[in-house]
Design a protein around this ligand. Structure first.
Ligand code: SAH
Ligand code: SF4
Ligand code: F3S
Length: 449
């Protein structure tokens, strides 16, 4: 089939994308959908109506990876009913398992790793009717340059923008350095031009993304720019009102980035800074390369620059060799820091990682579950306390969408709380709001005019 033939049918084929894992996958899915738009696909919201199903997958924990196979199993009937249906697997499972996916699930037509998304249109054209298309290379080019939106559709007010990918840290438990490859930063000018383009399309808040976003070191005017410089330049973009970034590593929290939290008005007072454990012994075994004390001192410095900052983190319980005392150290660290929100996970051994070889030191599953439960209770308590403390306060809210109830509008505060109001505000508007109530997962407020 010729290229022109595909083009004349532009928009007639239907694409269903299901996204798992982190925000970087959300961003990648958006880019892939936009790029497949050029091959005549429009996005639909159910697999039943699709001509192509694309799963953008996550390999971080075993459960996440196994979910993909059960999801694929569900598409069997669709594929039998429509042999022209193309099924693709993208993302970190695609990278980690490659051809193995096709062996386990032969109805998969296409497997594409995160660094090869710019080749998606060619792979899509090749795949189908028994022909398998596979690409899990790590090429030396900026895939996002090839994944530009056409046509330039209007965007929701809050957007993600990937500025850095991959990781060189090799924490003992983590697959990311293997699935996403080495740390690479996009050139600053490309990030700035993508940001300007997003703003033209209606975006007012950008969250800069990277597996280690604060290790950003992109080529920029006059040399290499760190994340702080990039944020300061982004802050000059008219119409861009809010900047966030995630995820950060404590060891890359440089002085200028801490300072930016104090003096850059557009940088929001919320910081996701995973520590994983409060025990120095476990931190060492995890290859995190810092102590619990150093993390706590770092947060003190960040809070000195921006006293009202909401801290967030990630924790792993049941890492091989974790004793009751190690776990209590994690609980103490959480009490000392006081998180606005935090995520906690039971350790999951991942193939190819150093920690997976310590299976003789595995923590009993029931003990790990009990620890996770206790940690999550403590985190939930802190989350609610932080949320409740907002009642009576004035916050700024970027309104993102209509709420479930009639007349309701929902947005995010600077601290990333979901806030709903029943006042007359437009999507994309930033308004001052007085918080009047704290619910289980969101706040209610009234707009101050
Ligand atoms: N780059 C980020 C983390 C990416 S993965 C960082 O360094 O903070 C997101 C979170 O998943 C991690 O912070 C960790 O808490 C969790 N995680 C990663 N590997 C895991 C594993 N093998 N088992 C359980 N949780 C894991
Ligand atoms: Fe994984 Fe550690 Fe890299 Fe984060 S810093 S992506 S946890 S290896
Ligand atoms: Fe998962 Fe890959 Fe993100 S493993 S957490 S989708 S980088």
């Amino acid at each position: 089939m010729s290229e022109t033939k595909i083009d004349t049918k532009a928009g007639t084929k239907k694409l269903f994308i299901k996204t798992y894992g982190c925000q970087m996958n959300v961003y990648d899915s958006e880019r892939m959908a936009e790029s497949l738009g050029g091959s005549g696909y429009t996005e639909v919201s159910s697999p039943e109506e699709a001509d192509m199903i694309l799963l953008n997958t996550c390999h971080i924990r075993e459960k996440a990876a196994e979910k993909i196979y059960s999801e694929l199993g569900r598409y069997k009937d669709l594929k039998l009913a429509n042999p022209d249906l193309k099924i693709g697997v993208a993302g970190c499972v695609a990278q980690a398992e490659g051809e193995e996916i096709i062996r386990r699930q032969p109805m998969v037509d296409l497997v594409v790793g995160p660094q090869s998304y710019h080749k998606l249109p060619q792979l899509e054209a090749k795949a189908g009717k028994g022909v398998k298309a596979l690409d899990t290379d790590f090429p030396e080019e900026d895939k996002f340059e090839h994944l530009k939106a056409r046509p330039k559709a209007k965007r929701a007010p809050a957007a993600f923008l990937t500025v850095q990918e991959g990781c060189d840290k090799f924490c003992a438990f983590c697959v990311v350095p293997y699935t996403r490859g080495a740390e690479v930063s996009r050139p600053a000018e490309r990030v700035l031009s993508e940001a300007r383009d997003l703003v033209e399309r209606g975006v007012r808040e950008i969250t800069l993304l990277g597996q280690n976003v604060n290790a950003y070191h992109g080529a920029g005017e006059g040399g290499t720019w760190g994340l702080a410089r990039l944020i300061r330049e982004l802050a000059k973009v008219d119409g861009l009102e809010r900047i966030r970034f995630t995820t950060s590593h404590p060891n890359d929290m440089e002085d200028d980035l801490i300072a930016a939290h104090g003096d850059c008005d557009k940088l929001m007072p919320y910081l996701h800074l995973p520590v994983q454990s409060g025990s120095d012994r476990i931190l060492k075994a995890m290859n995190r390369k810092h102590t619990a004390e150093e993390y706590i001192r770092l947060i003190e410095r960040i809070r000195a620059a921006r006293p009202d900052i909401a801290m967030s983190g990630d924790f792993i319980v049941g890492f091989p060799g974790e004793t009751d005392q190690d776990f209590e150290d994690t609980m103490s660290l959480v009490r000392e820091v006081g998180y606005g929100s935090a995520y906690s996970f039971k350790y999951s051994p991942r193939p190819g990682t150093p920690a997976a070889e310590k299976d003789d030191k595995m923590v009993d599953a029931d003990v790990a579950s009990e620890r996770l439960h206790r940690l999550q209770e403590l985190i939930t308590e802190q989350q609610h306390a932080f949320q409740d403390a907002m009642v009576g306060r004035e916050v700024s809210v970027l309104f993102e969408r209509k709420g479930r109830l009639a007349g309701q509008m929902v947005g995010k505060s600077e601290y990333l709380h979901a806030v709903h109001v029943t006042d007359d505000v437009a999507v994309g508007e930033i308004a001052r709001v007085r918080i009047i109530e704290s619910g289980p997962n969101s706040l209610a407020g009234v707009v101050l005019r």
